[in-house]
Ligand binder design. Sequence first.
Ligand code: PLP
Length: 284
Amino acid sequence: RYAYVNGRYVEHREASVHIEDRGYQLADGVYEVVGVRDGKLIDEKPHIDRLDRSLKELRIDWPVSRNTLGFIIRELMRKNRLRDGLVYMQVTRGVSRRDHGFPTTPVKPALVLTTKATKHIVADAGSGVAVKSMPDIRWERCDIKTVALLPNVLAKQAAREAGAYEAWLLDDKGCITEGASTNAWIVTQDGELVTRQTDNGILSGITRSSLKTICNSLQLKLVERPFSLEEAKKAKEAFITSATSFVTPVVKIDGEKVGDGKVGATARRLREEYVRFSEAGEAV
Ligand code: PLP
């Protein structure tokens, strides 16, 4: 299996970057994860648009042209015979002697890509997952998809140690911002879909955005607003979205059942619809 590192396709086990890469020392970089299903990239354009935005927010230049990146993604998928899985891409500010400020002489941003094969995602949602709530201790620019993920790492680990699949992060008002690597949704007892509005407090998920379109086409009522942990625990249904988890029902919050503790009809339906949508993705 291959990785792409700054212009070369190299054996994954031999792939390496410089010790003075600013991503390694300072988390000075951004990334994207794009899902692949049946050899097709899911939502490629919005992911690359978000990468562009993240780079601009941090004033990091594009390491290659957008077209070239599209080519590299496809070439790596081809070399790795990727049918189902994920493409990871990361851009860091580059290699420079350690100093917090940006390099004073321009350096070329570093580009790394890897792929990961996963099992073929199916429409069947299984039995759902558990989430555990905890304080959101991240910074005020959660809208940027940076590799500075330590709070997310600690949250995910705390969730796993509690036997949960995902962490639900709480702001200082007791409202759920999002998961450690997913967006959070509930279905109220009135059948209204609720997910938090996007601003600097959360990552604007590409799956979230595609699912919004799907909800509209199904004429489901969706409201973007904050919702509290209390409200989530009393909800009829809950679920999470991400490129990795698609639409995954949440059946337990902090050990308490959501609704009857079984996968709800809305989450089940939306997962099916999203899987159908992903099959119509762009052929490589
Ligand atoms: N929120 C956070 C913090 C994430 O890291 C991610 C994905 O990695 C998401 C939400 C979901 O975003 P997407 O649907 O674009 O994968």
